[in-house]
Design a protein around this ligand. Structure first.
Ligand code: ADP
Length: 524
């Protein structure tokens, strides 16, 4: 049996678990890959949003340079009204400066107050222009090829943010001195808000500052500035970042991956449970088949012995080979005894199958447990003493009236007494007790026999089950006795308690619910 069970276990493993494990592994890989792909698409989308914000700021800068080109070309720099209008409309520009050429050493400033000299700006602007000379020199060839490039310049030392550009003709370099705070808050802000809506949080960070310089978040916090980050084209020291409004760490893709992981683990657990359940059911079926085949061989053996004896002694008697009357009587007794044994065994099997099929009709009536026990012991007295047993009956003084079926209760007691006889060795003592305990009247049969190990104590009430120890196997039996007792007790809504340990004897206690007190029915 173990080898066929191992085989079934292996088949289950190969058929169910290996494909499941392989599938899960593949699935997890696929899930991870698709999550990565989703994350990439999502990041690309975020980058596209940031790109559009940048594009918008470039569009604004371009319109400024066009406005100024028009003012410069038409020599309107001295027209205070026009200058005022320009600075009023584009108030993120604090000053405009003009250099005659890239190598010029003088710079002219304009503000909404017209041409002016700004001593604190001149030197820093000139030194920045010199620093960036190489890059700015390229503006000319760009213009040649038809592209008016606008060059942003940020200063590390003077916190100046400049935009330098050329107009369509002339060697002059023009530049805007910008106020990033005003630009970001007033010019870019509304646009950023329109894009972000309720869905995203878009923020502007300054260099490595932890707290956002500008953000659409309702309650901005320090940190938590994920990729992607894009430097603001107009102000290279400022960075744009974006994330989903509701998103917390871990990222959305990670959350989805975790959900899928849990689902796959759950699925595998269910599959494992299923495989284990199938394995257990098959194991039980195999054990039952084994037990049934043992039962058939036990019963056949038990039937054959008395039949052989009956045949032998009845033939001897028929052939009149026995002369002495005494011997004849002895042979008659043997034939009768063996016939009774057969009858009782066949009855046991028939009763069992009737009860199992639920076809046995119980005749419930008020019966006194003490009386039933006494009657059984009276008819069993000869059998017990014949087998060398001494027994003691300790009835409680009270009348133990229950609603019971006299015959089946007697049958249960006989089965227990039979077992006490069968499974006792040197100590041939049985004690029978009746009493009251927590809503029950009980009968208890105690022997000093071989006892039952803890592991077998539940199984012995299952049909056909017999303990497989050597001492138990030597005794004849069908494995039906205790299941019959259990059926009988179930029918009486009673319970069986067993107190036993190997070599220390066993006590079987039958508990019957109390239905009568002093002859009166108190419960159904
Ligand atoms: P059977 O006695 O025909 O085998 P039972 O259903 O009456 O079947 O008992 C089931 C098993 O329980 C027995 O095979 C035996 O091993 C064990 N058993 C029952 N009663 C006793 C007892 N009083 N002492 C020790 N073992 C017992």
């Amino acid at each position: 049996m173990p080898s066929s069970l191992t085989r079934i276990g292996l088949v289950l493993l190969v058929v169910f678990l290996l494909p499941a494990i392989y599938y899960s592994f593949r699935e997890l890989q696929a899930v991870k890959e698709s999550e990565l792909m989703i994350e990439k698409i999502y990041n690309d989308q975020l980058e596209a949003i940031l790109f559009s914000v940048n594009q918008y700021s470039e569009d604004i800068a371009r319109s400024w340079t066009q406005d100024w080109s028009w003012i410069a070309q038409d020599s309107l720099v001295d027209d205070s009204e026009i200058l005022n209008q320009f600075f009023d409309e584009n108030y993120a520009i604090s000053h405009v400066f003009v250099l005659d050429s890239l190598s010029a050493s003088e710079v002219t400033f304009y503000s909404n107050e017209g041409e002016a000299y700004f001593s604190n700006y001149e030197q820093p602007v000139l030194s920045l222009i010199r620093e960036q000379q190489e890059g700015l020199a390229r503006l000319y060839p760009y213009r040649e090829s038809g592209y008016l490039k606008i060059q942003p310049i940020a200063s590390d030392t003077s916190s100046l943010e400049l935009l330098v550009f050329l107009t369509e003709t002339g060697p002059q370099l023009y530049g805007f001195v910008l106020n990033p705070e005003v630009f970001i808050n007033d010019f870019l802000g509304p646009r950023i808000h329109a894009i972000a809506q309720e869905e995203f949080v878009i923020s502007v960070l300054y260099k490595t500052d932890d707290f956002p310089f500008y953000t659409t978040a309702n309650s901005p916090k320090k940190g938590m500035w994920p990729e992607p980050q894009k430097s603001l084209w107009l102000f290279p020291d400022y960075y744009l970042t974006i994330r989903l409004e509701q998103q917390k760490q871990p990222t959305l893709a990670e959350q989805r991956f975790q959900t899928n992981l849990f689902l796959i683990i759950g699925l595998n657990a269910i599959l494992l449970l299923g495989a284990w359940f199938v394995y257990r059911t098959i194991k039980k079926e195999i054990e039952l088949a084994q037990i049934k085949s043992d039962f058939v061989s036990n019963v056949s053996h038990e039937i054959r012995t008395p039949l052989a004896l009956i045949t032998m002694f009845s033939e001897t008697l028929m052939l009149k080979r026995v002369k002495s009357e005494e011997k004849k009587q002895e042979y008659y007794r043997i034939v009768n005894h063996e016939a009774q044994r057969l009858t009782s065994m066949v009855n046991k099997i028939l009763n069992f199958s009737k009860m199992e099929a639920g076809k046995h009709h119980f005749q419930f009536e008020p019966v006194d447990l003490n009386v039933i026990v006494a009657t059984v012991l009276e008819s069993y007295d000869f059998h017990l003493t014949n087998k060398g047993f001494s027994y003691a009956f300790h009835p409680t003084e009270m009348e133990l009236t229950i609603n019971g079926d006299r015959e089946t209760i007697a049958e249960a007691l006989i089965n227990l007494l039979d077992n006490a006889v069968k499974y006792s060795e040197e100590e041939k003592k049985i004690s029978i007790r009746t009493g009251i305990n927590e809503g029950y009247y009980f009968v208890e049969i105690q022997d000093q026999g071989i006892g039952i190990s803890e592991a077998n104590q539940k199984a012995i009430f299952e049909k056909f089950f017999r303990v497989s120890s050597e001492t138990s196997k030597q005794k004849k039996g069908t494995g039906l006795g205790l299941s019959l007792v259990k059926y009988i007790m179930d029918a009486h809504k009673g319970t069986i308690e067993l107190d036993s340990s190997p070599k220390a004897g066993s006590t079987f206690r039958l508990n019957f619910p109390i239905r009568y007190r002093v002859g009166k029915l108190i419960a159904n």
